[in-house]
Design a protein around this ligand. Sequence first.
Ligand code: F6P
Length: 323
Amino acid sequence: MINKAGIKKIGILTRDCAGINATIRAVVRSASKCNVKTVGIYKGYEGLIDAEFVDLNRRSVSGIINLGGSMLKTARSKRFRKAKERKKAVKNLKKENIDGLIVVGGNGSLTGAHILFKDYSFPVIGVPATIDNDVNGVGMSVGADTAINVALDALDKIRDTATSLERIFIVEVMGRECGYIALRVALAGGCEEVLLPERSANLKKICKDISAAHKKGKMTWIIVVAEGKAKAVDVGKMITDTIGLETREVVLGHIQRGGSPTAFDRILAARYGNHAVKMLLRGEKGKCVTLKNEKLATIPLRQAIKTKDIEAGDYYQLIKILT
Ligand code: F6P
C-alpha cells in the first residue's frame, strides 16, 4: 500500500451488527502493515464528541473476527446533529493527531461521515455495515448476510410449529424502511407472502387467497412483514377480523443484528476494511467502499446516503410462483 497522503494515525468509529469486529480487525491490521497507527473511538459519534479514544494494535484485535456487536460499543448521537458539537468532534480528532477517519455503519453513520467531509474537508472513508442493506449504490453491506441467515434459522423453527398445528404465522423482520431482509427471508424460507415497504399490499386479496386455500386444505401460511411496512400484530388482527382464522405473530427484533458473522460477512469485512485503509493512504476522502462486479470500488458518500431503491419485483414473483 502506498502512503501517498502521509497518513500517520487513523481513527475508526462504528455502529453495531455482525461483522463490525471483523472490519475493525481488518482496518487495524491493514494500517499496522503500513506503520500507520489506529485509534478506536468508543460509542460512535458520542465518543468522538467526548474524546473517548483507545489505542488499537494487532494484538488488541485478536480473537474478535467471530464476535458479533462492536468491541468499540456504539450509541445513537443526537448531539452530533448540532454544529457546535461537531466542531468539538473535529477538534478532538485534530488534538489526537488523527489524520484520517473510517466510519463503519449504515445510513445514519455515513450521513455523519459525509457532513464531516463536506463541512470540514476531513479525510473520511465510509464502510457500509448494516443489517438493513439500505446504503444506496452498495450491493452488500457487512452484516446483512448474517441477519438474513439468523432470521431464516428462526423462520425454519417457526415453520415446524406452523406445519404441525396448521397455523397462520406472521413474522416481522427488521430493515427500517428497506424490505431487503424481508424479501430474501421470504424467498429462502419458502413463505407464502411478504409485505414490503417497496410494494403496495392488497390485504383483502391476501385474505381471499388464504380463505380459498384453506377450503382446499392448505392450512399453513407464513407471511413475512418488513417492519417498515406494518406491524405483525396488526396484520394478524386484520386477517382474523376478515376471515375468522386464528393467527400467531412473531417479532424477530434485535436477534437479527447479533450473532457470529457468516463467512460471507467476514470476507466482506476483510475486503472493505483493507480497502478503506488503502483509500485513505491514497489520499481519497468523502467516499464509501463498495463492490462493483465483485471488484472493490468506491462511490461518493453523498451518493451512498441517498434513498436506496430495492428491486423487489423479480424476487416477489418467484415467491408467488413457488408457493
Ligand atoms: O438499522 C438497524 C436497525 O436494527 C433497524 O433494522 C431497526 O429498525 C433499528 O436499527 C432498531 O434500532 P434500535 O436498536 O435503536 O432500536
